[in-house]
Design a protein around this ligand. Structure first.
Ligand code: BGC
Length: 715
C-alpha cells in the first residue's frame, strides 16, 4: 500500500476499530469457527463479541494451516479487511532449537548469532509467525533471576552486539520477504535489575547505571532497525515501565528516534493497578496511552476505556491515531496488505522444520557455546576409544532445550547418543532424571551405590545441573547449588578415585564451588537445544576446541550476588590481602569463582607486545597485540579489549569491555590483532550527557576479564 492509501485507511477507521488494532489477545479469543466463545477470560476482559474482529494481533499461534485459516476468517469480519499480525515467542529457534541466549552470549560470535536467528526466522515464517518477541536485551547481574537465561549476559557491549546480530538475522534486508520475520526487543527497560533477583520486582537504578549499562542493548536493537519494542513489568524511577513517559516518549522516541511499534508485556497495563500507580482500568489505560503504548497485550483497558477517555478529552485522539498509524505501517512493511499470510506455507513448514541443514547448524553453534571451566591434568579432550562412565540426570535426557522451546517438546539426541556417535564405549549408572521433590526443589533419588559399577571406567562424565523448569520466567531462586544428591554423586565418584568430568546443564551460573574439588574437568553446557548431545560430544572428544567465554560471572556463593566484572571501585579497595576496614567480605573473596570472559581451551595462548599508539590528534588509538598458539592443537582464541578511565568527573568501572574478536590459530602460529579505541568508547554519561574527558586511561587486552596485558596512555 502507498502511504497515501494507508493514510486514507486510517482516516476511514472508526474509533472502536482503532482501539481494537491496539489490542492483542491470545488465539483462544478468536476461534476459527463462526461463533466466538465468550466464556472464561473473555468475560473478565469485558470483551464484547463485536470487539473480536477488530483485534489487531494475536500471540503464540503456530501452524501454517491454522494461521491461514484464522487470517482468512478474521479478514472477512474486520470492517476494512485489515489483516491481523501473528506474533510469537520464538526465542532460540522454533523447531530446531539452538542454545539459550545466555549461551549464545558465551559464543562471543555475532556471525553465528545472526545465522541462528535467520534459521529461526525461516522456520517461524513458514509456520505463519510474522514477528517474534525477541531479542531480550536485558542486562543481567543476578543469577537468582530465572530470566538470565534469556539474556546475552552481564556486559553492555556483548549484549548490544548480540542484539544487533539477532535483529539482523530475523529481519534481513527486507522484512517482507517470505523467510523473514520482524523483531521485537524487550523488556524496555531495565527488567534485568529486579531487586533480589525476584521476578517482576522493583527496579531502582541510577540514571547513570541506566544510561551506561542497562539501555545499551535496547538502543542497539533500535539502531539495527527492530520493528517493535516491548515494555517491562518493573518500575523505573518508581513508575511502572508501561506507564513511563521518560522511557517511551523521551528516551525511545525523542532521543533515539524509534518510530516502530511499542507493545506492552503480558497484562502489563492492568498490572499498573496492583503496582499502585493506577486506581483502576481507566486510569491504567490513560497512563499507557500517555506513555506511548501502541499495543496492549493480554488486557483490554485501552479497548474498554479508550472511547470514554477520548470523549472526556482526557486523551487526545491524536495519540490513538499515532499509535494505530505505527501499527498499520508495520503491517504494511511486512507486506500483509498484499499477502496477509506472508510466509505461511504447510509444505515449506514440513520441509524446513528440523531439516538436516538446520540441525547441522544447530550442532555447530551449540559446540561454540560450551565453556570449559576447568581441565586439570588436561583430562580433556577424551581419548577416542576411552572407557567412559556416564552418570547424572542429564546422561540420557532429552530435556536439554531450555525454556521457551514452545513447540519443540524435547531435544533430538541425548548426551549418551552424542558420546556413542564418537565411538565411546559407555557404561551408565545413576541416570534418573531430575524430578520435583517439593516446591522449587528438584532432585534425583540417592542411587550413589550404583556408581560402583563404573569402577573400571577410565573417566566418568557426570551430567548434572538444574531442571529446565527451574530457569526462565518466574523461576527465581535463592539457592543456586546443585541438588543434594547430585553433589553427593560427584563426591562419591571422586572418593572412588575416578577422573570426573562434570558437564553442567543450566540456564544460569550455578554455585559450583562446593563440588569443584571433586571434578577434574568442568564443562558449562547451558541448555544447548536440539543438538546438545552431539555438540557436547564434539567438545569432549576434541573435534571442536572450546572457544566460548562466560557471558556472566559465576559467583563463589550466592551471598556475593550481584557479582560482575565491570563494577566501580570503592574508596577502600582491597590491595594485597583483605583485612578489616577495606571493602571486602570476611568469609569470601570479592572476586567471582569464574569471571566474565573466562573460558579455557585445549590450546594455550601467549599474549605479548601490547602496543597502544596515538593517531594524529590522539584518537582513535591503535592497539595491537601478538597472540601465539604455543600448543600443538589448533584453536580459536577470543581476544578481548578492555579499558579503564583512571579518574573522571563521575567514577568509572574498573574495567569495561570495548571490543572483541576471534582468531583461528594453527599450532605454533602467531597473529597480530589490532583494535581501534575511539572517542566514543572512552565516553561516559556524566549525569547529563555522554562526554569524553581527557586524562589517563588503561588499555587492556587479553584472554579473559581477569587475564590481560595493560598499557597506560594519557589523552
Ligand atoms: C514475557 C514476555 C513474553 C510475553 C508473551 C511475558 O510473560 O515477559 O517476554 O514475550 O509474555 O508471551
Amino acid at each position: 500500500m502507498t502511504e497515501k492509501e494507508l493514510r486514507a485507511l486510517l482516516a476511514d477507521m472508526s474509533l472502536e476499530e482503532k482501539l481494537g488494532e491496539m489490542t492483542q489477545l491470545s488465539p483462544n479469543f478468536f476461534g476459527t469457527e463462526e461463533s466466538v466463545d465468550l466464556t472464561g477470560p473473555m468475560q473478565q476482559m469485558n470483551l464484547k463479541p463485536e470487539d473480536v474482529p477488530l483485534l489487531g494481533s494475536t500471540l503464540n499461534a503456530f501452524g501454517a494451516e491454522k494461521i491461514i485459516e484464522m487470517q482468512k476468517h478474521h479478514m472477512e469480519l474486520q470492517p476494512h479487511h485489515i489483516p491481523m499480525l501473528f506474533m510469537a515467542d520464538v526465542i532460540h529457534g522454533l523447531k530446531t532449537i539452538y542454545p539459550i541466549p545466555l549461551a549464545m552470549g558465551s559464543s562471543f560470535n555475532t556471525d553465528l548469532m545472526e545465522e541462528a536467528a535467520a534459521m529461526a526466522a525461516r522456520e517461524a515464517a513458514a509456520t505463519g509467525v510474522q514477528l517474534t518477541f525477541s531479542p531480550m536485551a536485558d542486562l543481567v547481574r543476578d543469577p537468582r533471576w530465572g530470566r538470565v537465561m534469556e539474556s546475552p549476559g552481564e556486559d553492555p557491549l556483548l549484549i548490544a552486539r548480540m542484539t544487533e546480530a539477532t535483529v539482523k538475522g530475523y529481519q534481513g534486508e527486507d522484512v517482507s520477504a517470505p523467510d523473514r520475520i520482524a523483531s521485537c526487543f524487550k523488556h524496555f527497560g531495565g527488567y534485568g535489575a529486579a531487586e533480589g533477583g525476584r521476578d517482576y520486582n522493583t527496579v531502582d537504578v541510577s540514571d547513570g547505571m541506566l544510561r551506561e549499562f542497562y539501555l545499551d542493548g535496547y538502543k542497539a536493537a533500535v539502531d539495527a532497525g527492530a520493528a517493535m519494542g516491548m515494555t517491562s513489568f518493573n518500575t523505573i524511577d518508581r513508575i511502572p515501565a508501561t506507564g513511563s513517559q521518560k522511557l517511551y516518549r523521551k528516551i525511545l522516541r525523542d532521543e533515539w528516534g524509534f518510530d516502530g511499534v511499542a507493545i506492552t508485556d503480558f497484562d502489563a497495563v492492568n498490572e499498573m493497578i496492583p503496582h499502585g500507580l493506577a486506581a483502576d482500568g481507566k486510569e491504567a489505560a490513560k497512563y499507557a496511552l500517555k506513555a506511548g503504548v501502541d499495543i496492549e497485550m493480554m488486557s483490554t483497558h485501552i479497548l474498554n476505556y479508550g472511547k470514554e477517555l477520548v470523549r472526556s478529552g482526557e486523551i487526545d485522539e491524536k495519540l490513538i491515531d499515532e499509535a494505530v498509524w505505527r501499527i498499520l505501517k508495520l503491517k504494511n512493511k511486512l507486506g500483509l496488505f498484499e499477502n496477509p499470510f506472508k510466509g505461511a506455507d504447510p509444505e515449506k513448514e514440513k520441509e524446513l522444520h528440523q531439516c538436516a541443514a538446520h540441525m547441522a547448524l544447530a550442532r555447530e553453534i551449540s559446540a561454540r557455546c560450551v565453556v570449559l571451566l576447568k581441565n586439570e591434568g588436561k583430562i580433556l579432550p577424551l581419548k577416542k576409544g576411552a572407557k567412559v562412565g556416564l552418570a547424572g540426570p542429564f546422561a540420557n535426557s532429552l530435556s536439554v532445550l531450555g525454556g521457551w522451546s514452545i513447540i519443540a517438546a524435547s531435544g533430538s539426541t541425548t548426551l549418551l547418543q552424542g558420546l556413542t556417535e564418537h565411538g565411546a564405549e559407555v557404561k551408565m549408572a545413576m541416570t534418573e532424571e531430575l524430578k520435583p521433590m517439593q516446591m522449587g526443589f528438584f532432585d534425583v533419588s540417592d542411587q550413589t551405590a550404583e556408581l560402583e559399577t563404573l569402577a573400571d571406567c577410565d573417566v566418568v562424565i557426570a551430567a548434572v545441573g538444574e531442571h529446565p523448569d527451574d530457569t526462565g520466567e518466574s523461576a527465581s531462586r535463592t539457592i543456586l547449588r546443585l541438588s543434594h544428591n547430585q553433589e553427593k554423586m560427584l563426591e562419591r565418584l571422586h572418593d572412588m578415585g575416578k577422573k570426573v568430568v562434570a558437564v553442567i546443564f543450566s540456564g544460569r551460573p550455578l554455585e559450583i564451588r562446593p563440588v569443584l574439588p571433586f571434578c577434574d574437568a568442568v564443562v558449562q553446557a547451558w541448555f544447548l537445544g536440539s543438538e546438545a548431545g552431539p555438540a557436547i560430544g564434539d567438545v569432549l572428544f576434541g573435534d571442536v576446541n572450546p572457544s566460548a567465554r562466560l557471558s556472566m560471572s559465576f559467583p563463589q556463593t550466592v551471598g556475593q550476588v550481584p557479582v560482575y566484572y565491570n563494577h566501580m571501585n570503592t574508596g577502600r579497595p582491597v590491595v594485597g590481602k583483605p583485612h578489616r576496614y577495606v571493602s571486602c567480605y570476611l568469609d569470601c573473596p570479592n572476586e567471582p569463582l569464574f569471571p566474565f570472559g573466562y573460558g579455557l581451551s585445549y590450546s594455550e595462548y601467549h599474549y605479548q607486545n601490547l602496543k597502544v599508539e596515538k593517531t594524529e590528534g590522539g584518537l582513535p588509538l591503535k592497539v595491537s597485540v601478538e597472540v601465539e598458539n604455543t600448543s600443538d592443537v589448533a584453536g580459536r582464541e577470543t581476544v578481548q579489549l578492555y579499558i579503564h578511565d583512571v579518574a573522571a568527573s563521575v567514577v568509572r568501572p574498573v574495567k569495561e569491555l570495548k571490543d572483541f574478536t576471534q582468531i583461528d590459530l594453527a599450532p605454533g602460529e602467531k597473529k597480530t590483532v589490532t583494535f581501534a579505541v575511539t572517542t566514543e568508547m572512552l565516553s561516559f554519561w556524566n549525569n547529563e550527557a555522554f562526554v569524553f574527558e581527557h586524562g589517563d586511561f588503561e588499555i587492556m587486552v587479553g584472554h579473559s576479564s581477569d587475564e590481560v596485558l595493560t598499557e597506560k596512555v594519557t589523552l
